[in-house]
Design a protein around this ligand. Sequence first.
Ligand code: COA
Length: 214
Amino acid sequence: MALQKFFKTTSDLSIGIWKIEEDESFFRKNLVLLQSEITELAELSSKKRVEWLASRYLLHVSLGQEDRFACVKDEHGKPYLQDFDQYISLSHSRNYVATIHGLLPCGIDIQYHIDKIGMIAKKFVSEDEKKFIPKDKELLYLHAIWGTKEAVYKAFGKKGTSLINNIHLDPFKIEEELPTAIWATLNIENTTKKYECKHEIFEDFTLVYVYEIM
Ligand SMILES: CC(C)(COP(=O)(O)OP(=O)(O)OC[C@H]1O[C@@H](n2cnc3c(N)ncnc32)[C@H](O)[C@@H]1OP(=O)(O)O)[C@@H](O)C(=O)NCCC(=O)NCCS
């Protein structure tokens, strides 16, 4: 497994990004899984199993604890660590996995750039957000908006949250060589939450990580 990046944010959240180069047997050998995790894994295709295992392995390495803490799910599918009091989030795309963990509600999304993103944009871009997308950089901005909203969705974690109706982004400007700060607001029923988000581009991927402003 080749480590691509491993760093801490100013809010003391730990982020890892890895390129998967091992096969399933490597991860099975190096991870002690709970029975509920083995059951979850058995339902996946072989490609998904490797991504699933790689994300658990990266999280374990990133936590830096000798014993592994199992990664279980709540009723919404949101992952959490059994017996370890930190928030976590996971993402996989192509041959990469990304994880985040720390003491603030947080989310992460990694996404390989796809040309057809415009075809699903109406599901996640609002009329207000459309106004700040430059025509000549549409693909880049659509990936940034999608990744940010998916990461906010994961940080909040409740099924039924609508990317277009419940998560709103302030206008932002992407400097391709630099991380971009993006501010997001989640409004759902009587709840309002604010998130600070960081967007980066590497190779043909967009990476976004977010955390709740408490
Ligand atoms: C759940 C969701 C955010 C996953 O995102 P994705 O881009 O498909 O996949 P990623 O690899 O980035 O993330 C997968 C991880 O999300 C996590 N996840 C799933 N449900 C979650 C939830 N309710 N809260 C937080 N994290 C969740 C899981 O850890 C999963 O990894 P695992 O299966 O290895 O445990 C996404 O499928 C979703 O439901 N999005 C919001 C709904 C929507 O409107 N989507 C379409 C808009 S075009």
